[in-house]
Design a protein around this ligand. Structure first.
Ligand code: UDP
Ligand code: MG
Length: 307
């Protein structure tokens, strides 16, 4: 299991206890790999203690906070088991679900997504905002981004290898995992409240996720520019012929101030907006082309000889 952790010192020990209790009840060998995403609290101390006390626990330290998806990448890169389950470390993802996820894998599925039906006590505004964001994304995305999929997911070794072959550095696993294909299924659950601590996903992080889903999995925004520009061109040609006809008929030229101003304003704002959109893609291209690593490790603590 891969669990990204960021400032979770309060819940970590409990997460471990509950996971251990659940996993020991399953008919499978297991290991936990925590990825500390540059926590600023006592998380590392707790991790070290868990590592000392249990052969099956390991952890990676990232050199700073790289974000949830980057931490997930680090964990997946270091996993070498037949199945990998990614999970949040705050117990919002119920360990009890592991049993059905494993059963689904045994029944032949390669990817088992856990789909959140609801979150206990999530602020109303946030649940509305997320569901709107998912609706918008599923409209334009070229892969199916499973609504409310979160990052509680079981993947088979084959899928893990497939994900590793993907060249992109900026990764959104809830888009990439459906993209790779194989046999996928969904198990629903109700997310618990955080077992302690606070959510690290502010508006900024959520906005980032939304932008990633929108721009990484869709070129619809670019096409919108083309369509609008096309319409504007047709309209301009019609309008110009009208003006020329008007002048050829010897009519006095219309005063025209309002129309020139409005044409200038509308077209320029459309052009600026789509320059902005192109800018977004260029920035993303730049980030990918530069090939800076997604994360940097400062320590690897695992009981295996070497992974
Ligand atoms: N997380 C992380 N890096 C970050 C933010 C969050 O590794 O920069 C981890 C966090 O410790 C947790 C998971 O990602 O295990 C989900 O984060 P959180 O619970 O804060 O998000 P929410 O459940 O509120 O969406
Ligand atoms: Mg959470």
């Amino acid at each position: 299991m891969v669990l990204p952790v960021f400032n979770e010192e309060i819940v970590l020990a409990r997460t471990y206890e509950e996971l251990r209790a659940t996993l020991e009840g399953l008919d499978a060998d297991w290991r936990l790999l925590f990825v500390n995403d540059g926590s600023r609290d006592g998380t590392v101390g707790v991790l070290e203690q868990l590592y000392q006390n249990d052969e099956r626990v390991g952890y990676l330290l990232l050199s700073r906070n790289f974000g949830h998806q980057a931490a997930l990448s680090a964990g997946l890169d270091h996993a070498d088991t037949d199945i990998v389950v990614s999970m949040d470390a705050d117990l919002q993802h119920p360990p009890a679900l592991l049993q059905s996820m494993l059963a689904a894998w045994r029944a032949g599925y390669d990817v088992v997504h856990a789909r959140k039906l609801a979150t206990v006590d999530l602020p109303k505004a946030r649940s509305i905002a997320t569901s709107l964001a998912y609706k918008a994304i599923s409209r334009v995305a070229q892969v199916e981004i499973i609504e409310q999929a979160s990052d509680y997911r079981l993947i088979d070794r084959q899928v893990l290898d497939a994900l590793r072959t993907l060249p992109e550095l900026g990764r959104l696993y809830r888009g990439l995992t459906p993209w790779v294909g194989f046999r996928q299924c969904i198990v629903p659950y109700v997310a618990a409240q955080r077992a302690g601590g606070t959510s690290q996903y502010g508006l900024k992080q959520l906005g980032g996720l939304f932008a990633r889903a929108l721009f990484d999995f869709s070129d619809v925004p670019l096409h919108v520019g083309l369509v609008l520009g096309g319409f504007a061109m047709v309209f301009s040609v019609l309008y110009l012929s009208f003006i020329m006809l008007w002048m050829l008929l010897g009519e006095s030229r219309p005063p025209g101030w309002a129309s020139s101003v409005s044409v200038t304003l509308v077209l320029n704002s459309v052009i600026l907006a789509f320059l902005g959109i192109i800018g977004v893609y260029v920035a993303r291209l730049y980030n990918e082309v530069r090939r800076r690593p997604t994360y940097l490790l400062s320590r690897v603590r695992t009981h295996e000889p070497k992974t």
